[in-house]
Every structure is written in C-alpha cells, then in structure tokens.
Design a protein around this ligand. Structure first.
Ligand SMILES: [Zn+2]
Length: 245
C-alpha cells in the first residue's frame, strides 16, 4: 500500500512538472523587467466600463499605486485579448468627456505596466495612439518651462522643465518588433509626462511652481455631480491590495 502511494505521488509529480513546462513554453517566462498581469489588473481590464476609473493622487491608496514602477508586458501578454481590451479602454478614457486629456498611463488606471495612450499632435488629425513597453532612450535639445496638468493630479497645473526632443522605443503588439522613434515639439512633452508615470514620477515632482486651475474645476463640475469620478468599491479593494504589495 505504501509503495502504491509513493508510485502515485511520483506520477502526479511528473504530471505537475510537465504541466508547468507546457505552460512556460506556451506563455514564455517573463524576462527581467517583465511581468504578467496580476489577477487584480486583469479584473480591472475586464470589469471596467469603456471609460475606466482614473486614480487620484489625493487618495492615499491610489497614490501608492501611482508611485509604483511599472513593468514591461511579456510578448505573450501583448498578443492576449487583455492587452487589446486595455488599449481600447485607455483610449476611450483619455478621450472621454469627463477626462478630456492628451495622454494617460497604465498606473493611472491601476495597471502597473508600461503602456500609455497619447494624442499625436504632431500627426495629421491628431490621432490617439497606444504604446506598449515604452522607454525613453534619450532626451535632447532645448529645455524650457511649460504648463502641464494631469488627470490624476486635478485640479492643479504647474510649470515643468522639459526637453524639446525625445527618442522613444516601444514594442509593436502585432509584429512584436521593437520600434524607435524621434519626436519633437509638444508631443515630445506629452511622451515625457506619460513615461514619467511609468517610473512612479508625477509632474509635480519636477514643476517649478504649482497652482490651482480654476477652469479645470469648473469644467469638471457637471461630471463630478454625476459621480463620474467616484471609485467603485471593487476597484478600491484591488488598489488597496496592489498598493500594499
Ligand atoms: Zn499625468
């Protein structure tokens, strides 16, 4: 009887190892700096409406997540339906009436992964585009002060020093090829602001002055009255857990 039990144990051990190897071959093993989406992040992606809850730095639990560093997606995750859903919801959120921003980064919607959606003001018709596994390779040119706001730092505004040119690299989620691009002008500033979010940095850390933007508050009032900035309890639970990890 003991022998049979030990034989059964070794068979289930082999089955378990084979299953782990099969999953690793299928999904890949995260490289340094990469991470799979957590269960909480997947829940936020699937359960959120097309316009996602945007984290607010004035909320202590939100601020802990906004201050975390973000990870790259694995190739497998970039090809997954979760990434496609996240990309479309981030695009809808940043362009929504109640947000109306020119850029948004993963941590602002509770996803500590390197993804941003930005308005390409340097392209015809100023399309909004999503960039995954984005990194700033270099910054160059003139440094000048300019006003910035942030969907997570409402209702403030501040003057921030930024470079006029940026070289970014990112991964195309369809071809999985690495892309490098030189960007200049105001769009370069948007990229710098959004990429800072991925390192847990907010523009207020760099601003030489910060002030209350009264018109932003006024513009937001009708949406605030409708409760559109309130944090759903199910998201609060995920954010609390993510912030404490
Ligand atoms: Zn921001």
């Amino acid at each position: 009887m003991n022998q049979k039990k030990s034989k059964n144990n070794s068979i289930s051990g082999i089955v378990l190892i084979a299953a782990v190897v099969a999953i690793a071959l299928y999904m890949g093993i995260p490289a340094t700096g990469q991470r799979f989406l957590s269960r909480g992040e997947k829940r936020i992606i699937h359960k959120s409406g097309s316009v996602m809850y945007v984290l607010d730095v004035a909320d202590r639990e939100d601020s802990l997540v906004l201050r975390k560093k973000s990870y790259d997606f694995t190739d497998w995750q970039l090809k997954s339906p979760e990434f496609t859903t996240l990309a479309s919801k981030m695009l809808a959120t940043v362009q929504s009436d109640q947000q109306g921003g020119v850029g948004i980064a993963g941590p602002q919607v509770g996803i500590n992964h390197r993804v941003i959606a930005v308005c390409r003001m340097d392209k015809e018709n100023e399309p909004y585009e999503v960039y995954a596994n984005i990194h700033i390779d270099s910054l160059y040119g003139e440094v000048s002060l300019g006003p910035e706001g942030c969907l997570s730092v409402a209702p403030l505004r501040g003057n921030v020093p930024r470079y006029s040119n940026v070289v970014i690299s990112y991964k195309d989620p369809r071809s999985l090829s690495e892309v490098t691009e030189h960007i200049s002008g105001y769009t370069a500033i948007i990229f710098q602001h959004e990429c800072d979010h991925l390192d847990g940095v907010l523009y207020t850390d760099k601003a030489d002055s910060v002030y209350v933007n009264e018109s932003w508050m006024e513009d937001r009032r009708p949406y605030k009255e409708k409760g559109l900035y309130e944090k759903p309890e199910w998201i609060a639970r995920i954010i609390r857990k993510t912030g404490s990890e």
